[in-house]
Design a protein around this ligand. Structure first.
Ligand SMILES: NC(=O)N[C@@H](CC(=O)O)C(=O)O
Ligand SMILES: [Zn+2]
Ligand SMILES: [Zn+2]
Length: 430
């Protein structure tokens, strides 16, 4: 089947501007990209009119929670991938803190099979480092890789034992697989839920210290140096972590990192009250940390943006703040949030934002997607950069609506998402 996308605005890095292009998709690939001045013979092909819209490689999100299997009341593969598609994402990598946790080849296969039958975007499963993510015993890395896992992580919790982490890295290195880490020292965070800073002080709360994250980053950077593994740091949120990653990169450690939109846009001083929609892990840090992660993303110390889409039910989030789970949904606000806060304000070019959400994750995780080039997989996103509307969680495709961005007026909403040459989300059809 042939699909023509006509008159899309494609970012051109050389001129730093948008150029009008026609793109032909064929057999799941980008078959041809031609200058908008030409009139292609579209024949009997299907045609999408992209006039006035940004046409980008599909967005990639290397850190998401689909909650399937086991927590389908929060999200499942059908709704999670639809939420991703609505946010413009075409490839997502899902975390193993499911029930059972993704610690056997059977669960990896379950995710891949269910996505093949019910999902609408590409789903790349991570497998757990330790059985049940309990930190006691390594999983069967070889069998998990064979089943289709793309990396190992215990996200949701940190691997507390340095020896366990070192063993995991050595094994992962021997099979050319990355280790992805949620960095958190449990002894420093017990019972705490907002970060050390103004908000905690004002509310008489003991706060989560920055070192709880950075201690693991430093430890793991040393272990990555010793083992030679590709080590990737999850949701970086502190100045101290940034400093350590920058140092490790400068001496050639194979370390990469990600940051979430909320850690780029919000500090603890923005938290309006004891509201669990502002409770996530890592917590919102101080304005100084926010500045540090922004600079780190800008200079390449942090390689990519991920959402850490973490759906939880309204009932769970309505619990007392101490008991409510950590996490916020992210797919359906990520692009407009960052476009509004960083591109429209002139801080970043559109090309920079797109790069950190497409080609950079693809480069780091060696994915064939993330590039708008002839021969690449036909994963594309159309975004209306002029459309402005308020975030309305009741319209989310996700099963959950736990977001701190309710009511925020944002610009730049995805309107059409194409995976493997097929339209999987269209604003007009919703
Ligand atoms: N980020 C969160 O606040 N929560 C995540 C776990 C995680 O990413 O560590 C979740 O699974 O809910
Ligand atoms: Zn985490
Ligand atoms: Zn996570």
């Amino acid at each position: 089947m042939t699909l023509w996308i006509l008159n899309g605005n494609v970012w051109d890095e050389t001129s730093g501007s948008l150029l009008n292009k026609h793109v032909r998709l064929e057999a799941g690939q980008i078959a041809e990209i031609i200058d908008g001045a030409n009139t292609p013979d579209t024949g009997s092909a299907e045609v999408i009119d992209a006039a006035g819209k940004l046409l980008s490689a599909g967005l990639i999100d290397m850190h998401v929670h689909l909650r399937d299997p086991g927590f389908e009341y929060k999200e499942d593969i059908a709704t999670g991938t639809r939420s991703a598609a609505k946010g413009g994402f075409t490839t997502i990598a899902c975390m193993p803190n499911t029930r059972p946790s993704t610690d056997t080849p059977e669960t990896v296969k379950y995710i891949l099979d269910k996505n093949a039958s019910e999902g609408v975007v590409r789903v790349l499963p991570y497998a757990a480092i330790t059985k049940n993510q309990l930190g006691r015993e390594l999983t069967d890395f070889a069998a998990l890789k064979e089943a289709g896992a793309i990396g190992f992580t215990d996200d949701g919790v940190g691997v507390q034992s340095a020896q366990m982490m070192k063993d995991a890295m050595a094994l992962a290195k021997s099979m050319d697989m990355p280790v992805i880490a949620h960095c958190e020292d449990n002894t420093l965070v017990e019972g705490l839920f907002f970060s050390e800073g103004e908000f905690a002080r004002k509310n008489g709360l003991k706060g989560i210290p920055n070192e709880s994250e950075a201690i693991h980053v430093g430890r793991d950077a040393l272990l990555a140096e010793a083992t030679g593994v590709h080590y990737h740091v999850c949701h970086v949120s502190t100045e101290q972590s940034v400093r350590l990653i920058r140092l490790a990169k400068s001496i050639g450690v194979r370390i990469t990192a990600e940051v979430c939109p909320h850690h780029l846009v919000l500090s603890d001083e923005d938290i309006p009250g004891l509201d669990s929609n502002w409770k996530m892990n890592p917590p919102l840090r101080t304005p100084r940390d926010v500045q540090a992660v922004i600079e780190a993303l800008e200079d390449g110390t942090i390689d990519m943006i991920v959402t850490d889409h973490a759906p939880h039910s309204a009932e769970e989030k309505a619990r007392d703040i101490q008991l409510a789970p950590f996490g916020i949904v992210g797919f359906e606000t990520a692009f407009p949030l960052l476009y509004t806060k960083f591109v429209l304000t002139g801080k970043w070019t559109l090309g920079f934002l797109l790069q950190r959400m497409t080609s950079d994750p693809a480069r780091v995780f060696r994915l064939p997607t993330g590039r708008l080039e002839q021969g690449a997989p036909a994963d594309l996103t159309l975004i209306d950069l002029d459309s402005e509307r308020a975030v309305d969680p009741s319209t989310f495709a996700s099963k959950s609506n736990n977001t701190p961005f309710d009511g925020w007026k944002l610009q730049g909403w995805p309107v059409t998402t194409i995976v493997n040459g097929a339209v999987v989300y269209s604003e007009s059809a919703n």
